[in-house]
Write a protein that binds this ligand. Structure first.
Ligand SMILES: NC(=O)c1ccc[n+]([C@@H]2O[C@H](COP(=O)([O-])OP(=O)(O)OC[C@H]3O[C@@H](n4cnc5c(N)ncnc54)[C@H](OP(=O)(O)O)[C@@H]3O)[C@@H](O)[C@H]2O)c1
Length: 241
């Protein structure tokens, strides 16, 4: 049996009590977000990178799983002067906050991520927070209890909203996406279909975890589709009753 997805279950969260979350991912034409070695996904075009930067520039924060930071070692700061100017006009900080979700808190402090000019937050458990209590690697450490071995999202997400994060970009990976879908906390998806086939039963996909029985699978509504060069940009919203 897969992870439950039921609007009537206790997992359902009132969208007004949490940030509005937009998932942005690039995937191969066979639906993989990285190769079987889980190497950083750098197969998107310059148009895809610019699209991700634009989504990030429109958000208050970017959230990703610890596995994604371990794979890439970096995040994507806003660099485009037009986008920086737009943020200034909207009286936003130059960079949105970059939030790493990690149960364990085990991250290599030598990753280049920790040198990048972005505000870093850690969303973790009390145990995960212990290794970061000293030092200034993270501007803010948000500690929430575990529930069934995962972060308790019904506490974590309202806390993020209360901290001023109303619009979040979710940057993956598949494990974190599955956890947030299970509590019905994703509102929109941007999927860039890239012209390659990665294959591999172990290669990550946009939604990993245990999966959903078809009858309970989250349903999507297509907002737009656009081909740019060899890629297709798909924009969906989650359908809610
Ligand atoms: N193509 C793309 O656009 C794209 C984007 C992002 C990532 N990727 C690829 O995706 C792969 C990484 O994805 P992944 O699924 O392995 O990792 P992930 O979802 O990025 O990270 C998994 C880790 O995040 C933490 N985590 C996730 N869900 C949690 C929860 N509910 N509660 C507490 N902690 C939670 C845990 O960290 P701890 O282990 O520290 O507890 C877990 O081990 C990489 O290969 C990367 O290249 C591709």
């Amino acid at each position: 049996m897969g992870i439950g997805y039921n609007h009537k279950s206790a997992a359902y969260m009132n969208p007004g009590s949490r940030p509005y979350i937009t998932l942005v991912l690039a995937m191969s034409a066979d639906g993989k977000i990285a190769d079987r070695g889980r190497s950083p996904a750098r197969f998107g075009s310059e148009a895809d990178r610019a699209h991700l930067e634009q989504c990030i520039a429109e958000a208050d924060g970017v959230m990703f799983g610890a596995g994604t930071v371990r794979a890439y070692g970096t995040t994507l700061p806003v660099r485009n002067p037009v986008l920086l100017e737009q943020r200034q006009q909207r009286q936003l900080s130059p960079q949105p906050v970059h939030i790493v979700c990690s149960r364990s808190g085990q991250l290599d402090p030598g990753l280049r991520f920790f040198q990048q000019p972005v505000p870093r937050w850690l969303l973790t458990t009390p145990i995960g927070a212990t290794s970061w209590a000293e030092g200034d690697a993270f501007e803010h450490i948000l500690t929430v209890p575990e529930q069934d071995g995962r972060l308790n999202w019904t506490i974590a997400l309202p806390n993020l909203r209360d901290a001023g994060l109303h619009r979040l970009v979710l940057g993956g990976g598949g494990e974190l996406v599955a956890a947030l879908l299970a509590v019905d906390a994703i509102d929109e998806l941007w999927l860039t279909v890239c012209p390659l086939l990665l294959g591999g039963t172990q290669a990550p996909s946009p939604v990993d975890g245990a999966g959903f029985p078809a009858a309970l699978a989250p349903r999507l509504e297509l907002i737009s589709s656009e081909a740019i060069g060899q890629e297709v940009f798909l924009h969906y919203r989650l359908r809610r009753e």
